[in-house]
Design a protein around this ligand. Structure first.
Ligand code: DX5
Ligand code: ZN
Length: 221
């Protein structure tokens, strides 16, 4: 069954504690935390002080998605600030730089993830596939919530799932961007086991109902 990580990018930041409680009560599996630097993506979001505050108010698993250049500069601090998993983009540094960042995350006892932008083919993950706990496939251009799902990412999910099953079967395949009751079944059928949902959860009044609807839609696969 597909698991759900609501993205707080779509939450009301002035009431963040209550927003987090609402999805925790509503049955969220993880909480997704989007960090943007205005360089790797053309937008800014939240960072270390907010993560520290969130960590203090919830025991939900914190899935931190770093959309920042040369993430190795900051991964240690995100681990210390309370991330349970830190995900870096394959496109954000050299292969060596990414490898070092992943090593650092794991050395700190946290789970390490690798994210792929839409233009990066599935085999962009190949050099790292045995050294990660999660692969995140972006199904929108990273940087903004509320965009439309890119259905042409489905073959990439299937390729990755097949490769992961061969070389790292415990690895989680996560999808981020434009996930709702219509698209969750598509990515679940392609082998995705964790979906990020921003607007489709925080954009609804009843969070429990929103989470349940996404989960149920994917179960029909
Ligand atoms: C986009 C972020 C996503 C975003 C998803 O760069 O990585 O996590 O919050 O938002 P929705 O679900 O609204 O597409
Ligand atoms: Zn994200």
């Amino acid at each position: 069954m597909v698991r759900i990580a609501p993205s707080i990018l779509a939450a009301d930041f002035a009431r963040l504690g209550e927003e987090i409680d609402s999805v925790r009560q509503g049955g969220a599996d993880w909480l997704h935390f989007d960090v943007m630097d205005g360089l790797f993506v053309p937008n800014l979001s939240i960072g270390l002080p907010v993560l520290e505050s969130v960590r203090r108010v919830t025991d939900l698993f914190l899935d931190v998605h770093l959309m920042i250049r040369e993430p190795g500069r900051y991964v240690a601090r995100f681990c210390e600030a309370g991330a349970d998993l830190v995900c870096v983009h394959a496109e954000a540094d050299t292969e060596e730089g990414i490898r070092a960042a992943l090593r650092e995350i794991r050395a700190r006892g946290k789970k390490a993830g690798l994210a792929l932008k839409p233009a990066t083919p599935w085999d962009g993950a190949l050099p790292f596939i045995e050294d990660v706990d999660l692969i995140l496939v972006m199904t929108v251009e990273p940087g903004f919530g509320g965009q439309s799902f890119m259905a042409d990412m489905l073959p990439k999910l299937r390729e990755l799932r097949a490769m992961m099953d061969r070389v790292n079967p415990g690895c989680i395949l996560e999808t981020d961007g434009g996930i709702d009751v219509t698209t969750a079944p598509l990515v679940a059928a392609a082998g995705c086991d964790m979906v990020v949902a921003g607007s489709a959860v925080f954009g609804k009044k009843d969070r429990a109902q929103a989470i349940r609807a996404i989960r149920e839609s994917a179960r029909e696969q």
